[in-house]
Write a protein that binds this ligand. Structure first.
Ligand code: PLP
Length: 492
């Protein structure tokens, strides 16, 4: 298996090369050039790590079995609060796939506990002594999850840029209290897209890269543009399906739907890849908040970012440019020239339209919908009252879109809802949805704990006592300059 760039299919890299590089030089994203089928029957009794090894080995074909075991051991042996890693909770209308049992209580841990060790082994395979500079833009959860994954990992430095008014108070505290000796956390006076655009520009800045090379440093990315982020996310879709088969909720081979609260399109793309590998998924329910670019795109085939950027109560989905969509488009049209043109149009005009074939495929595979902030709160309330289950705002957005989907479609398949964050991470929205009261963030956590009798995750509970270690705030235009200073290279 080789990895090719979505904007130049002639550029072929091995897995370890693609993982170390992050983004292709032509600004394209790396994708595997073929997808291996998985025999579901064989996996029925696998635990999480056995299943993960089985799924990932063909994608990581320049890694040996021992290396893959080692990476999985580092990622999943101790850092999650349950051996199931991603447990499934049965509710009346849906099965909730809880993806938030990792060290930062967000689904990104599943990939970001894995990626640093994957990079470390990649460096060994490539026989490189360079220092890896992990440059990350975050809308909240990636930042802390990346910091937790990379902190104190040798040969790596992690630099996180976050929109200083665009993340929740808890998310901000989580990042600012990180204690690794190789961690830098910097607030930016702008939104997530500003941060991501600047990070992407730096990652492909030839002059900067050259200077770093002389300094024995090289960039990579922990954002979901890195294919090493995408791969471990495939595993839990299989795990959830096999669990439902084992619990006799479905028969082997029976179709299901998956509903995913979507921002950068990474999680739902992993679901799409799992279908290509043989997982019987009927519909991908793509749920957005009021930044509903994807809803319109799926319905009309026009991607258009000419709209107001909204700060919502599901901040990790406050995104106008969903990077991973580029990978789906490549899978659909397998035409690197066309992808390049569309992405250039997006960069220049802020919009592009896909052809009729792609429109048809989108409508067949996906259902796009969105929830307003008020609807999100209503759903949190409703599910709590009916099921005594607390959804976080992102997961509630997906729940709302499932309801819309069922109203509009005859589709009797069971649906898996990806729950992407612990409700304890977004207390202001969650607690005011179920009580109409408001209190200090940590007080609300305590009161919720009493109500739902599920312990506050320890990483959140201890947060208030921790020391703030990062104080820097900057303007968007200064991002590159600040980066150069950190790296010890000259700024021009
Ligand atoms: C990152 C994130 C999302 C969006 O996931 P994508 O893979 O970027 O689509 C949804 N919910 C939460 C809580 C997140 O942290």
């Amino acid at each position: 298996m080789k990895y090719i760039s979505t904007r130049n299919a002639h550029r072929q890299l091995s897995a370890s090369q693609a993982i170390l590089q992050g983004l292709s030089e032509d600004q394209g994203l790396f994708i595997p050039d073929k997808i291996v089928h998985l025999e579901l029957e064989k996996c029925l009794n696998d635990d999480y790590q056995t299943l993960a090894a089985r799924i990932l080995a063909p994608f990581l074909n320049d890694f040996n079995e021992k290396q893959i075991q080692k990476i999985l051991h580092h990622a999943y042996d101790h850092s999650f609060d349950t051996d199931e890693i991603t447990p499934l909770v049965h509710l009346k209308e849906v099965d909730v796939l809880e993806l938030f049992h990792g060290p930062t209580s967000a689904f990104k841990d599943v990939a970001l506990q894995f990626l640093p060790h994957l990079m470390k082994e990649s460096l060994k395979i490539q026989d490189s002594k360079d220092e890896m500079i992990i440059l990350t833009a975050t809308s909240g959860d990636t930042g802390k999850a990346a910091l937790e994954g990379f902190k104190n990992v040798e040969q790596m430095k992690i630099i996180v840029f976050y929109p200083k008014d665009g993340v929740s108070e808890v998310q901000k505290l989580q990042m600012l209290t990180t204690n690794g000796n190789n961690c830098y956390v910097i607030g930016v006076n702008g939104n997530f897209d500003d941060c991501q655009r600047m990070v992407k520009a730096c990652l492909s800045d030839k002059t900067l890269i050259h200077k770093m090379k002389e300094n024995h440093q090289r960039f990579s990315s922990a954002n979901s543009i890195n294919v090493g982020r995408l791969l471990p996310q495939i595993v839990y879709y299989f795990k959830a399906y096999l669990t439902m088969v084992k619990n006799q909720q479905i028969k082997m081979g029976e179709k299901i739907n998956v509903a995913v609260p979507t921002g950068n399109f990474g999680n739902i793309l992993a679901a799409y890849i799992s279908k290509q590998m043989g997982l019987p998924i009927e519909k991908f329910i793509c749920a957005s908040n009021e930044n509903n670019v994807l809803t319109d795109f799926i319905r009309y085939g026009v991607y258009n970012i000419h709209r107001a950027f909204k700060k919502t109560n599901s901040p990790s989905m406050d995104i106008l440019i969903s990077s991973n969509l580029e990978r789906l488009l490549y899978f659909y049209c397998e035409n690197d020239e066309m992808i390049k043109e569309m992405m250039e149009e997006l960069a220049v005009k802020g919009s592009y339209e896909v052809n009729d074939l792609v429109k048809k495929k989108l409508l067949k595979d996906f259902y796009g919908g969105y929830a307003t902030q008020e609807e999100t709160k209503q759903i949190i309330h409703e599910v709590y009252e009916k099921e005594n289950y607390l959804l976080d705002p992102h997961s509630a957005v997906a729940y709302k879109v499932i309801k819309d989907f069922k109203k509009e479609n005859i589709n009797s398949y069971k649906t898996i809802l990806c729950a992407t964050a612990s409700p304890y991470k977004f207390m202001e929205t969650v607690y005011t949805s179920i009580t109409n009261e408001k209190a200090d963030e940590f007080e609300m956590m305590k009161r919720c704990e009493t109500k739902i009798k599920i312990p506050i995750p320890s990483n959140l509970k201890d947060l208030k006592e921790k020391e703030i270690r990062h104080h820097q705030n900057i303007e968007v235009k200064d991002m590159k300059k600040v980066l150069c200073e950190l790296l010890g290279v000259s700024y021009d």
